[in-house]
Design a protein. Structure first.
Length: 164
């Protein structure tokens, strides 16, 4: 698939250089369209599934997950996987792009994971505040400390990815 359009352009008489760039642009456009469609579909399916699940349970926790947008962040995993899988095919003729863009995608994956964890932690914070036994506990402080360590580790991980 990666050289499909390239072969068509060569058959049509375009120069090799032009065919390589046009092939990359078409594959990139296809990837962008797939990413937007998959993000929209995944987000709608996950949000609906969470709403259906939340209506069927008595607990407040799943409602809080929805309120803190956890399904939205989880839905972003689908387009990320599509980009990670299609990227080597799309830019197969441009090896100089491969490493920098791969690093950017890995950093985005780390940040997305941190956003998901932050959303879950905020959900836990809100949930614990609804429990009478925990009303006098400094839940906010505990969650802040966990988030601080989580962000430090995440930023360190991003730094390692960027610097190699």
């Amino acid at each position: 698939m990666g050289r499909y359009f390239y072969d068509i352009f060569i058959e049509k008489g375009l120069t090799e250089n032009t065919a390589v760039y046009l092939n990359m642009l078409i594959l990139l456009a296809i990837t962008v369209v797939l990413v937007f469609i998959s993000d929209y579909i995944a987000k709608n399916i996950l949000i609906r599934a969470f709403h259906v699940f939340a209506k069927g349970t008595k607990t407040k926790f799943d409602d809080l997950l929805i309120d803190h947008k956890t399904p939205n962040y989880v839905a972003h995993l689908v387009p990320l996987v599509i980009v990670l899988k299609s990227f080597p095919i799309t830019f197969s003729d441009f090896p100089d792009f491969e490493k920098p863009i791969e690093i950017i995608l890995e950093v985005y994956a780390v940040l997305l994971f941190l956003w998901m964890l932050r959303s879950v932690l905020r959900t836990l914070e809100s949930y614990f505040k609804t429990k009478p036994r925990l009303k006098d506990k400094p839940i906010d402080s505990y969650i802040q400390v966990v988030m601080l360590f989580m962000w430090i580790i995440g930023i360190a991980f991003c730094f390692v990815l960027i610097t190699g």
